[in-house]
Write a protein that binds this ligand. Structure first.
Ligand SMILES: [Zn+2]
Length: 296
């Protein structure tokens, strides 16, 4: 009965299904807190919608009704966000009232948006770190504004669920993950995916600490790690320096780690990175393409 009414009143193509799904989802979260049946709840939302001539979204209407019935609406105030985790920042600690809570910043992207998020609490922080580039659903978050930027606040009460791969397109197909070009990346904060031409490659080796991988300083006659002190046998590590270009300019770039191959000069690559000062820090290579010779 209620479903018929909803379908009758909310008939607007595909929206019918998504609206009744939204109501179902809300009902599941608050049903234990309100004294009426599902049919009655849906009916009240429909009647309210009619009274307001549909000038509010279905979630807002359901929240009004649930609140009237005495439910705690904090878990339904915001629409769950789906996305892939593009980047996870370093873990930091916040202290309040003698308690230490780990937190970190991360960026979520989907087909339509690029969202800055902050996650609190050891369990959720660890989850986000494990799920880089995976599709996730975030529920029960709040929104805050920090220096003019909207930040999605994921607390210990929020829920992060890993979704199946097919729930979202691959990360390379999510437009908000891409930078317009290298120049725009120098002016924006955070990581982006970008397609560039590698002009030059230089491989350098440096002595590093075998325990923490930090680069070592030579003092007097010994190698010194800033954390582990004198090191007898430094580990030699490679660092890759490049010059990369696109139609917006040419920039130095650096990659710590093992690239998919050496000898990238002259190839076009799709990569993820961010700018630190004026140098591109490469985080990951996705695709490498030979550049075909131009026929004269
Ligand atoms: Zn060390």
């Amino acid at each position: 009965m209620w479903l018929k009414m909803l379908e009758g009143t909310f008939r607007r193509g595909a929206k019918v299904l998504s609206r009744s799904l939204i109501l179902e989802e809300i009902w599941e979260k608050i049903k234990d807190q309100i004294p009426i049946s599902k049919e009655e709840f849906f009916d009240r939302v429909t009647r309210l919608a009619r009274r307001l001539n549909w000038k509010a979204n279905i979630r807002a209407l359901a929240i009004v009704v649930a609140k009237e019935l005495g439910a705690d609406v904090s878990s339904i105030l915001v629409e769950p966000k789906k996305g892939r985790i593009l980047e996870v920042g370093p873990v930091r600690i916040t202290r309040s009232r003698g308690e230490e809570t780990p937190y970190c910043i991360f960026v979520l992207v989907n087909e339509d948006e690029r969202l800055w998020c902050v996650v609190f609490g050891a369990e959720n922080v660890e989850k986000v770190r494990q799920l880089e580039e995976k599709p996730v659903l975030i529920e029960n978050y709040t929104l805050t504004s920090v220096r003019g930027r909207t930040l999605l606040r994921v607390t210990e009460r929020s829920k992060i669920t890993e979704l199946d791969e097919e729930e979202l397109p691959p990360i390379l197909q999510l437009k908000p993950a891409w930078a317009e070009n290298l120049k725009s990346m120098t002016q924006a904060r955070g990581a982006f995916i970008v397609s560039v031409l590698i002009l030059e490659e230089e491989i350098m080796e440096y002595p590093s600490c075998p325990y923490c991988k930090r680069s070592l300083d030579m003092t007097d006659s010994e190698w010194l790690c800033s954390v582990h002190g004198p090191i007898d046998q430094p580990e030699m590590r490679k660092v890759y320096h490049y010059f990369v270009a696109d139609d917006s300019g040419t920039y130095p770039a650096v990659f710590f780690g093992d690239p998919p191959q050496e000898g990238l000069a002259g190839k076009r690559v799709i990569l993820k990175g961010y700018f630190k000062d004026s140098e591109l820090q490469i985080m990951k290579f996705y695709e490498i393409e030979e550049v075909e010779e131009i026929e004269e």
